[in-house]
Design a binder for this molecule. Structure first.
Ligand SMILES: Nc1nc2c(c(=O)[nH]1)N=C([C@H](O)[C@@H](O)CO)CN2
Length: 121
């Protein structure tokens, strides 16, 4: 199976386990890997034959800018469900990074995989 990817989509969202943390939006970075049939898309050279990664990014930004959550896990699960249910992906890997959220680190976060990645023999 082929993979569409998005690296370091930068979004402002209210996130954190402390009330003070969610008073102002902070930056999160989203990485996505989405199973998609690149050969089918290439055969027609039409974006409607595949998942439009611009549309996926727009949806994620719209959602996260409007929402408030405590955990990076909640964001990851929500985005994984969105990509699978709304965009028809059979498998997705989602990483949510919080840069500089913990002193002494570059970033912290979570990476999850949901669905089934079909391999072609
Ligand atoms: N497993 C998690 N641990 C923590 C999270 C989280 O989202 N998942 N969040 C925090 C704080 O919000 C942190 O980013 C700043 O202290 C701590 N632990």
């Amino acid at each position: 199976m082929d993979i569409l990817f998005v690296r370091e989509l930068k979004v402002q969202t209210r996130i954190g386990i402390y009330d003070w943390e969610r008073e102002v939006p902070q930056t999160v970075l989203i990485d996505l890997e989405i199973a998609a049939d690149a050969a089918r898309a290439a055969a027609s050279d039409r974006v409607n034959a595949t998942i439009n990664y611009q549309t996926v990014c727009d949806r994620i930004v719209e959602y996260l800018e409007a929402t408030e959550t405590q955990l990076v896990e909640t964001v990851a699960e929500t985005l994984a469900r969105m990509v699978r249910e709304d965009f028809g992906a059979s498998w997705v890997r989602v990483s949510v990074h919080k840069p500089a959220a913990v002193r002494g680190t570059r970033d912290v976060g979570v990476r999850i995989e949901r669905g089934t990645l079909q391999t072609v023999s």
